[in-house]
Design a binder for this molecule. Structure first.
Ligand code: GDP
Ligand code: MG
Length: 472
């Protein structure tokens, strides 16, 4: 993940592409650009017009981050922090500054806002990425008032909270050193990666479905223990691409491996290894990271050790752990093994934060899960959900969401006979959304047909998936 620091006094945001040593930045280049804002005026993305002055090779560190991509013939560098559709843009008052080392490699980028822009009030989507705030220990100063913690344990996350919170607490990240790092759950579709993640968190963080390839967004669950902070990255299964969206998923999964401190190679212990398992094992080994082989579904495996040797021989792995994600068996033991292999350092996130998906993204994921669960095979993966409206209406929170499908036939199935199916989906989704947000919700569901969005790059872009950012 891209790490940002914020200096409220200087109205400056700095994004690190890579850790920088003192004096390593030997030269700076300046480029015009813009802030992209959502309807509420919150920063969704930055665009920097680098033109032809920065070769793609100089951006190799930058492009390892999922937030960073190149656009328009590699002439626009984009940093995107939310899947919200931008509503307006504001030109950068000062040019964005890219720091480079002696070889020309881009190390990071600096954005400076002017006074009128009030950048401190527009950091809602950036907040999960902000690791340091200069001067934030001076409580009650203007800079410290920015950080309304978005996903808090009391779950009443309100869209307008940022405006109403006069003095919000600064992020509570102590300097204490604990075991901390990123853990990638890697494995082919359907082995139980999402189920495992959910077993650690109780609440639904990542979509789980009996159909393969349903996890599209790389979700991070953040697990806090007294002496550890474990940040899980739930990768979409590695698989052979069939459409552009498929390629995106394969790339996203590959990309999460190099960032990880520990890799859990998750396999289904009820079946012998397949060629997919072997391909994944090979890409994991290339990363040279501590890897734990996780044999899942032992609750239904007749002989756990039947295929153990075959999976072991695909290694070497640091160790093997057998679990049942579904029954939450063996998962604490696995966690201990993971923690032992993490480096020491200060926590990456405040202790009360569980996910860096925004409430809107979580709601969209819940709706999509209910659609997939209720429609069985007829509506395969051509479903994308967008939350389009989120508004206080008296007691209730009004949420309008659109289910986008590829074919007229799918629309019919989701709506069902006299709207019965949509009602059922809506009721199931609303139940979980209310549990997630801890308050009554009015869920207004719509179904729209967007033909072949999965292979249409402009539609993919519209939905927040960007092929190019991963390919470049
Ligand atoms: P992913 O594609 O790897 O994320 O897999 P999911 O977590 O979506 O799980 C795929 C299917 O396997 C779902 O039907 C799960 O209920 C099921 N599953 C996952 N873990 C277990 C387990 O430990 N035991 C059993 N019996 N089923 C499991
Ligand atoms: Mg999954």
């Amino acid at each position: 993940m891209l790490e940002l620091t914020f200096d409220p006094d200087a109205r400056t945001l700095y994004a690190y592409f890579t850790p920088i040593d003192e004096g390593e930045d030997s030269d700076q280049a300046e480029f015009p650009g813009m802030f992209l804002l959502d309807a509420a005026g919150q920063i969704v993305a930055f665009h920097v017009e680098i033109g032809k002055d920065l070769p793609v090779t100089a951006l190799r560190d930058a492009l390892t981050h999922p937030e960073v991509h190149l656009d328009h013939d590699d002439t626009v560098l984009r940093l995107t922090f939310s899947q919200e559709t931008p509503d307006t843009h504001v030109d950068l008052p000062y040019q964005a500054i890219i720091d480079r080392d002696r070889t020309g490699r881009a190390l990071g980028i600096e954005f400076i806002a002017d006074m009128e822009f009030e950048i401190a009030q527009r950091l809602r989507w950036l907040q999960p990425s902000i690791v340091e705030v200069f001067g934030s220990d001076e409580e009650g100063t203007e800079g410290a008032a920015v950080f309304a913690t978005e996903v808090t344990s009391d779950a009443g996350a309100r869209e307008d909270e940022v405006e109403h919170d006069e003095v919000a607490a600064p992020p509570r990240i102590s300097d204490e050193e604990v075991r901390v790092g990123l853990v990638a759950l890697v494995g082919k579709p359907n082995v139980g990666k999402s189920t495992l993640l959910n077993a650690y968190f109780g609440a639904k963080l990542s979509i789980v479905s009996p159909k393969p390839q349903t996890t599209r967004i790389v979700v991070r669950g953040i697990l806090n223990r007294p002496q550890a902070q474990i940040v899980f990255v739930d990768t979409p299964g590695l698989h052979k691409p069939q459409s552009q969206l498929g390629e995106y998923m394969v790339e996203a999964a590959r990309r999460s491996i190099p960032d990880a401190d520990v890799i859990c190679f998750v396999v289904d212990a009820t079946e012998p290894p397949t060629s997919q398992d072997r391909i994944i094992a090979e890409s994991i080994k290339k990363a040279h990271k501590p890897t734990i082989l996780v044999l899942n579904k032992v609750d239904i495996a007749h002989h756990v050790d039947l295929y153990l040797q075959a999976f072991q021989e695909m290694g070497p792995w640091e160790m093997e752990v057998a679990v049942s994600a579904k029954e939450a068996e063996g998962i604490e033991g696995l966690l201990e093994e993971i923690i032992q292999r993490l480096p020491m350092g200060p926590r990456l996130f405040p202790e009360d934060q569980q996910t860096d998906l925004s409430p809107r993204e979580q709601v969209a994921e819940l709706v999509r899960e209910k659609v997939l669960l209720n429609t069985q095979q007829e509506v395969p993966h051509g479903v994308a959900v967008e939350v389009e409206e989120w508004e206080e209406r008296g007691e209730r929170l009004y949420i309008r969401a659109t289910v986008n499908v590829e074919r007229d036939g799918h629309k019919g199935i989701i709506i069902g006979d006299r709207g019965q199916m949509l009602k059922k989906i809506g009721a199931a989704a609303r139940y979980e959304i209310e549990r997630l947000l801890g308050r009554p919700v009015f869920l207004d569901l719509w179904v729209k047909v967007r033909k072949d969005w999965r292979s249409d790059p402009s539609a993919l872009h519209w939905l927040g998936y960007d092929i190019k950012k991963l390919k470049s």
